[in-house]
Design a protein around this ligand. Structure first.
Ligand code: F6P
Length: 541
């Protein structure tokens, strides 16, 4: 009923009592289709639509109703969520396996502590030094190219900032973000840049990540071969492990730090975004922080019934646990937000893709949905068939921006009408009788039945629409902070540790031992299955 039980560590965790209450509420809601919720309540469209700053969140096309909303408020109290929220926001330990706080909200406070303030100042100073040409490369002139190296949280944030906010902006810098250790990712950046005029930002929280360090070594070799006498002088490190980056050979004055308590997938608020600060300017980055702070304030102070991240998270829990939706789809109807999905996939799935509670018991319920999606309208012509007529229940989220960043108004109108039409179609559906009536009279009887059924849409499929007045640094900051809090709330209700990511370790360890095999050609006493051994042997030639 609640997802398959994995092998147990301790005794299985009992279903928290509120899961049953949610399931009961779901059984009732399942009897009322979404369109009926609208016809029975003329105020529904506004009653379940919430605004925060320049963002609007329309939950009216979900099965949320007033009794469920009240139930959510009760659950927030009874589950201990509000206490956990306070712990998060006041910098207490919320990551028990690593005994750390989670400092992303502290990073965007208008009055941060001295350490964070000094870090922000150092970041702005470095961005300005690069922008002004004071920090020069081997050519003795201003840098022209910037290669940002980093993976996961050390890449997805800057990539999102650059694609979301860089549209239509003239920049003096050609920027490249390289994450993968795949040479096919690194080589094009090398080919596009002049080593004498290239600044390399090496972003790694731990400064131990194989992909990032291998790419840094290869770029240093490339610079050296390109005539740069001291390649390391063209490297800037951004990290929470300054001692490791110094060991790597990066000069102390070229190291920008961030706190250990800031998770990799939350590091967009830190020096990890240096490349975006350089390209967009420090004031834009400051607005980004302020936008997030506004959402933090909303999350910290709004009553549960109006608290947008809490409501969205409760809906995730409700659709997951009680309606058995295993995935959530996310479609940005704005190409500038093309990098949002991978960003959110890391956030959501590293946060909540877990099966152990904060106290080490096996969970007995479904946790993080699989997050998938794409960009509209492209995705409409590729994967929407399943959303409309497939057998899975997929709560779907649309993100759109009212004001375009260009002057091609007709295109923007077409984009937005498509976005809104999808949510309406998912909800409304089309009966077989309606489908039959649409067929040309000349359709033969046998074919008519087949076609009428094929053109039937069950409808009653939930969606949420997030509408931004405009896409700018501030609204983007609010949007990302919304997702962070939503994911924290759902993870907390699932009783898991939102802030560690132990599940990424095993594969890394095995890859290291296989690397040794490839280097020495000797399997030695490696504990390895036959399939993997065969795959490695083929690589050995
Ligand atoms: O392997 C996953 C992970 O640890 C992410 O959590 C992190 O964002 C990414 O790798 C990169 O890590 P680092 O910033 O330490 O190089």
């Amino acid at each position: 009923m609640f997802g398959k039980k994995a092998e147990s560590t301790k005794s299985s965790q009992q279903l928290p009592p509120f899961f049953q209450e949610l399931a009961d509420a779901a059984s009732k809601s399942k009897t009322t289709p979404l369109s009926e919720l609208f016809s029975s309540n003329p105020n529904r469209a506004t009653e379940f639509c919430f605004r925060q700053g320049s963002l609007q969140f329309d939950f009216s096309k979900t099965h949320l109703d007033q009794p469920t909303l009240s139930l959510f408020a009760k659950l927030a109290e009874e589950s201990g969520l509000l206490v956990e929220r306070q712990k998060l926001l006041s910098g207490q330990v919320v990551n028990p396996t690593e005994n750390r706080p989670a400092l992303h909200t502290a990073m965007r406070a208008s009055s941060p502590n001295e350490e964070i303030q000094a870090q922000h100042q150092a970041n702005s100073k470095m961005a300005e030094r690069v922008r002004s040409g004071e920090f020069k490369g081997a050519s003795g002139t201003q840098y022209k190219h910037i290669i940002h190296l980093g993976i996961g949280g050390s890449a997805l944030g800057p990539q999102l900032l650059l694609t979301a906010l860089g549209f239509g902006r003239e920049s003096e810098f050609n920027t490249h973000c390289v994450a993968n250790v795949d040479g096919h990712a690194l080589k094009p950046a090398m080919d596009a840049c002049d080593p004498m005029q290239t600044l390399v930002i090496v972003a790694s929280k731990t400064f131990t990540t194989t992909e990032t360090l291998s790419n840094a070594h290869s770029l240093m070799k490339w610079m050296s071969e390109g005539g740069v006498a001291d390649p390391k002088s063209q490297l800037v490190a951004v990290t929470a492990s300054p001692e490791k980056s110094e060991e790597f050979g990066i000069a102390a004055e070229n190291i920008l730090t961030f706190p250990e308590g800031l998770g990799g997938r939350y590091s967009i608020w830190s020096s990890v975004s240096l490349v975006a600060m350089i390209v967009l300017g420090a004031p834009a980055f400051e607005s980004f922080l302020r936008g997030a702070e506004q959402m933090d304030h909303h999350f910290a102070t709004s009553p549960v019934e109006q608290n947008i991240p809490i409501l969205a998270a409760m809906m995730d829990l409700w659709y997951g646990s009680s309606w058995h939706a295993e995935t959530r789809a996310q479609f940005a109807y704005d190409s500038r937000l093309g990098a949002l999905l991978p960003y959110l996939q890391q956030l959501e799935m590293e946060n909540n893709g877990k099966n152990i509670t904060r106290t080490g018991e096996q969970v007995n319920w479904q946790t993080s949905p699989v997050l998938w999606g794409g960009v509209g309208t492209d995705a409409q012509h590729a994967v929407f068939q399943l959303l409309h007529q497939g057998t899975h229940l997929v709560p779907t989220e649309f993100i759109a921006v009212i004001k375009a960043g260009h002057e091609l108004e007709e295109h923007h109108r077409c984009l937005l009408t498509n976005c809104f039409a999808q949510g309406a179609a998912l909800m409304k559906g089309r009966s077989t009788d309606e489908a039959r009536d649409l067929l040309p009279e000349s359709t033969e009887a046998d074919t008519a039945e087949l076609l009428a059924h094929s053109k039937t849409f069950s409808g009653n499929r939930p969606s949420t629409t997030i509408l931004l007045d405009q896409l700018d640094a501030q609204s983007l900051g609010s949007l990302i902070a919304f997702y962070e809090h939503r994911s924290f709330v759902s993870g907390t209700l699932w009783q898991i540790n939102v802030f560690d990511q132990m599940g990424v370790e095993l594969g890394k360890e095995l890859a290291k031992s296989y690397q040794e095999v490839l280097e020495t050609g000797d399997f030695g006493s490696l504990d390895i299955d036959e399939s993997t051994r065969n795959l490695l042997k083929q690589t050995l030639g």
